[in-house]
Write a new protein. Structure first.
Lengths: 248, 244
């Protein structure tokens, strides 16, 4: 079996194990639309009391927040469970002759594909649910895809470092929830602080794409910087858990 | 309480104790969430609806009071979800070994209750570092009710939806319910939000945080909601551990 075949077999097996739970697939498709709509209604009930650091109507920013949150959180939880459920399988595959790089590629590719699917669903949901037409759908998708990729990688990091479902889920859920509130501008926290939140820059890219119809170039580099950082961290964490026998 | 129940609860507590990372997270995460917001929000007054009246409250006090039920709901929900998930195999064996379904229900509710008390205490301690509630005991009681509500919801969701689906749902539910629809900053909350799980408990909590009066109606509603959910949770749990 060639390296390409082994990698493809790994991706296929990971995808199949996920698709075998149809309810999870349904949630992955339904939750972004639901989240966008609920956040839109939820934030629409807030008056402008001068503490929301948002551009555009609060309801629209609510929908954007729902989209970014759903994309990031879904990809993150998927990355986490991918890592936890695949630990033993990966160690056996390594014994069978799979090389570390092939296993890393297979796991990361699965999370990347799932993040891309969620981002497409979230983009389409935004196009349908936002009142005004979105003139920069590619930039919107790009921002959401970066959010999904960052959290997918964060899920891999948490799943590698803390390979237990309860503890890993607790940590990831809290990180996602707090990050989302920081990114939303709901509490008027200063940009000098929120710029370090992983979802802040993808949120800004999506907001500018939806509200102004342009690409937020000043947020692109920091967003990609976050993405690169989490890519490095996840490769290091994954390699460590593979080499240490997974008992990190 | 019979011996079987106390043994099962003791084992549950021992399992908690043997996972120091979990205990550390249950203590650290409230400090992270509540502490971060208290430190980072701007030092301004915000208009909030408390006990039906629009009043101005300092943003830091508001953040401490508001992030307490958010934190407790998230943590209790996830703990409830995984408590059942991780104990299901053991419960089936205990059932075969002679435990009645009632023994198991009481044991798991007891263990869940202890977990929620830990989460509530950790959160309240962090919150009271930042602000002093007008009525401390009702504030703690209301926080505990939010925790119980979401802990039981976590159990039900875990049994019905499984782990991955359950985590997805418990990731969104507290944010949507508590953060968006029970937010005192809102002026135009839809009527249906009164049906959401934390409505009465969070109302009671904000009253306790910012007024010296206690709204019996809100506390009563929260207790009724919690008991109703508990009945549903017990029925679902019975069904899931029915060996015969």
């Amino acid at each position: 079996m060639s390296a390409v075949h082994r990698t493809l077999a790994g991706i296929q097996a990971s995808t199949r194990s996920f698709v075998r739970e149809p309810f999870t697939v349904v949630l992955l498709v339904v939750l972004p639309a639901l989240s966008i709509q609920i956040y839109g209604i939820g934030m629409g009930q807030f008056p402008d009391v001068g503490v929301f650091a948002v551009s555009g109507s609060v309801a629209t920013v609510g929908r954007i927040t729902g989209a970014v949150f759903a994309t990031g959180a879904l990809a993150g939880v998927l990355g986490l469970f991918q890592m936890i459920s695949a630990r033993h399988a990966d160690r056996r595959l390594a014994i069978c002759g799979f090389r570390g790089v092939e296993l890393v590629t297979a796991r990361f590719a699965t999370v990347a594909v799932a993040s891309a699917v969620v981002s497409v669903v979230a983009t389409l949901s935004l196009i349908v649910l936002v009142d005004d037409s979105i003139t920069a759908p590619i930039a919107t998708f790009g921002g959401l895809a970066i959010a999904g990729a960052i959290y997918g990688l964060l899920g891999i990091v948490v799943g590698s470092v803390l390979p237990r479902e309860l503890e890993g889920s607790l940590l990831l859920v809290i990180l996602a929830d707090v990050d989302n509130v920081f990114a939303s501008g709901l509490f008027g926290i200063e940009d000098s602080v929120t710029q370090f939140a992983p979802l802040a820059h993808p949120h800004a890219i999506v907001t500018q794409a939806v509200v102004e119809g342009s690409l937020a170039t000043e947020h692109l580099a920091p967003a990609l910087g976050h993405l690169s950082l989490f890519a490095l961290l996840s490769v290091a964490a994954y390699t460590y858990q593979l080499e240490s026998g997974g008992d990190a | 309480m019979n011996r079987r129940v106390t043994t099962a609860v003791r084992m549950g507590v021992r399992e908690f104790r043997r996972t120091p990372v979990l205990l550390a997270l249950l203590v650290f995460l409230p400090a992270y969430i509540i502490g971060a917001f208290v430190l980072l929000v701007p030092d301004v007054d915000v208009p909030a609806t408390i006990d039906g009246t629009r009043v101005a409250v300092p943003m830091t006090d508001f953040a401490a009071a508001f992030m307490t039920p958010v934190t407790v709901a998230i943590l209790s929900g996830i703990v409830g979800l995984f408590l059942v998930q991780t104990s299901q195999a053991a419960d089936d064996r205990l059932r075969l070994a002679g435990y009645t379904a009632t023994d198991l229900v009481v044991s798991r509710v007891g263990t869940l209750g202890l977990g929620i008390v830990v989460v509530t205490m950790a959160s309240v301690v962090v919150a009271v570092f930042a602000f002093t509630p007008e009525s401390t005991v009702p504030f703690v009681a209301a926080t505990l009710l939010v925790g119980l509500t979401y802990g039981i919801l976590g159990v039900v969701v875990g049994i019905v939806l499984g782990r991955l689906g359950g985590v997805y749902v418990m990731l969104f539910s507290p944010m949507v319910d508590v953060l968006l629809f029970q937010n005192p900053l809102a002026t135009d909350a839809p009527e249906w939000t009164k049906l959401l799980p934390s409505h009465y408990a969070t109302n009671a909590l904000f009253d306790a945080a910012f007024t010296s009066s206690i709204d019996v109606w809100d506390f009563g509603g929260a207790v009724v909601y919690t008991v109703g959910l508990l009945v549903i949770g017990v029925l679902v749990f019975y069904q899931a551990t029915d060996v015969e």
